[in-house]
Design a protein around this ligand. Structure first.
Ligand code: NAD
Length: 375
C-alpha cells in the first residue's frame, strides 16, 4: 500500500514499459507497482520479474486503484490516447497525479491537440520520453549554447541514420500505418533534440521531400529530408533515413548534428563508431520487440547505439536509466528536470507531420499550422 511514496502504474509492458518498471523497482521512493497490458502473458511475466502489486489486462482496474500517484504510458504508438485520457480523468480530483508518456503524444494531430488540452486543463504534470536529452554530451552542448559560446546560431544540420529494424518491428504491430512515418516515429527524437538546443526559436516554414523505394510496400517511407526556417532566420536541415539494411552496424540510431554560429561551431558525432564489435557469432537483434526477428544475421555492432542504454549483469545502464530515475526524483523531491513536456511532444508531432505534409504535396508548409490542416 502506497504511503507518502510513489504508487506507479505502468500501462504497456513491452520493451520500454519493462525497462521503466524494472528501474522503478530499484528506486526507493516507489513503494507500489501496478501493471497493465492487453497481452496477459507479457504483463504476467513482467509482474513476476518486478514483484508487482497488481497485474491486469484492465486499464480501469489499474487506474481505479487508490495507490496510483504516477502513470507511465508505454503502449504501442497508436495506443497512447485512451490511457492518457483515462489517467487524466483519474488525476483531475486528485491533482497530484503525474504522467510519463512515451513519444509520440498521439499519432493523429487532432487527437494530440485534444490530449494536450485535457492534460493542461487538468493541471497535470506530464512529461514525455525524449530519452536522449539525458545524455551528458547533449547536456553540455545545451549549456554551451545557453552561455552563447558560439555567438549567434545561424544554421543547424541534422542527419539520423537507422537500419530498418525499427520500421520492421513497429509497423507489423498495426494495419494503421499511414502516420507511422520515419519522422513521426523516430525522427521525432532528433527533431526534439534540435528544437531543445535551438530554444526559444520556433519554425515559420518547412519544405521536405521523401522517398519510399524500399519500405513503400510496407506502408511507410524510407527517408524524409527537410529544411526548416526559424523565426529569427536560422536555417535547419533535418534529415532521417530509417531504411538502411538490417546489417548496418548501428543497432538503432546514429546521429550527426552540426550547429554553426557567428563565433564558433559545435559538431556532434553521435554515430557510436567509437566502440565496434565484430564477431563470427550472430548477435541478438539491435532492436527487440515481442515476436520480431531481423531478416538477416548481424555480425558487426556499434556498441552503445541502442538508445535506451545497455544491459550488463541484469541492470540497464544509459540514458533511459537517467531519464526514468530523474523523473522519480522529480516526483519525490520536486527537483526541476530537462524532460520534454506534453506541449513539447505535441509540437514535435505537428512538426514531424508538417514535414510529411510538405513531402506529400511538394509545397512548403507555413508554420504554425492547425492540426486539422495536417490530415
Ligand atoms: N524513449 C525511447 O527511447 C523509446 C524507445 C523505444 C520505443 N519508445 C516508445 O515507447 C512506446 C512502446 O514501445 P515498445 O518498443 O515498448 O513497444 P512494444 O510493442 O514492445 O510494447 C508495447 C506494449 O503495449 C501493449 N499494448 C498495446 N496496446 C495496449 C493497450 N491499449 N493497453 C495496454 N497495453 C497495450 C502491447 O501488448 C505491448 O506489450 C512506443 O510509443 C515507442 O515509440 C520509446
Amino acid at each position: 500500500m502506497s504511503g507518502e511514496g510513489i504508487g506507479l502504474a505502468v500501462i504497456g509492458c513491452g520493451t520500454v514499459g519493462r525497462i521503466r518498471a524494472v528501474l522503478a523497482r530499484e528506486h526507493p521512493a516507489v513503494d507500489w507497482i501496478g501493471l497493465c497490458d492487453i497481452d496477459a502473458d507479457v504483463a504476467k511475466s513482467l509482474g513476476e520479474d518486478v514483484e508487482a502489486d497488481l497485474v491486469t489486462t484492465d486499464l480501469d482496474e489499474l487506474l481505479g486503484r487508490p495507490e496510483v500517484t504516477a502513470v507511465i504510458i508505454a503502449t504501442a504508438e497508436n495506443e497512447h490516447v485512451t490511457p492518457i485520457l483515462s489517467a487524466v480523468e483519474l488525476g483531475k480530483p486528485q491533482k497530484k497525479l503525474s504522467l510519463f508518456i512515451e513519444k509520440p503524444l498521439a499519432t493523429d494531430p487532432v487527437d494530440s491537440a485534444s490530449v494536450l488540452e485535457a492534460i493542461e486543463a487538468a493541471g497535470i504534470d506530464a512529461v514525455m520520453g525524449y530519452t536522449q536529452r539525458f545524455r551528458r554530451r547533449f547536456q553540455t552542448v545545451k549549456q554551451r549554447l545557453r552561455d552563447g559560446q558560439i555567438g549567434e546560431v545561424t544554421s543547424v544540420v541534422t542527419r539520423a541514420f537507422m537500419n530498418r529494424m525499427v520500421p520492421d518491428a513497429t509497423l507489423r504491430k498495426t494495419s494503421e500505418r499511414s502516420n507511422l512515418t520515419p519522422m513521426v516515429v523516430s525522427g521525432t527524437h532528433s527533431l526534439d533534440m534540435c528544437m531543445w538546443l535551438m530554444e526559444p526559436r520556433e519554425p515559420v516554414e518547412v519544405y521536405a521531400r521523401s522517398i519510399d523505394t524500399t519500405l513503400g510496400e510496407m506502408g511507410t517511407k524510407d527517408a524524409t529530408f527537410g529544411l526548416f526556417t526559424m523565426d529569427d532566420g536560422v536555417i535547419w536541415s533535418m534529415n532521417i533515413s530509417w531504411a538502411l539494411p538490417t546489417v548496418w552496424p548501428g543497432a538503432v540510431y546514429g546521429l550527426e548534428i552540426g550547429i554553426v554560429g557567428t563565433r564558433g561551431v559545435i559538431d556532434i558525432e553521435d554515430t557510436h563508431r567509437d566502440v565496434v564489435l565484430a564477431t563470427q557469432i550472430p548477435q541478438p537483434a539491435g532492436y527487440t520487440s515481442k515476436g520480431y526477428e531481423p531478416d538477416s544475421q548481424r555480425y558487426v555492432d556499434f556498441l552503445g547505439s541502442y538508445p535506451p542504454g545497455d544491459v550488463s549483469d541484469g541492470l540497464l545502464w544509459g540514458p533511459m536509466r537517467e531519464e526514468t530515475m530523474t523523473w522519480f526524483n522529480h516526483l519525490s523531491n520536486g527537483i526541476a528536470t530537462p524532460h520534454a513536456t506534453a506541449r513539447d511532444g505535441h509540437r514535435n508531432l505537428i512538426l514531424t507531420m508538417a514535414m510529411d505534409l510538405s513531402a506529400r504535396t511538394g509545397r512548403p508548409v507555413e508554420l504554425p499550422i492547425a492540426p486539422q490542416a495536417l490530415i
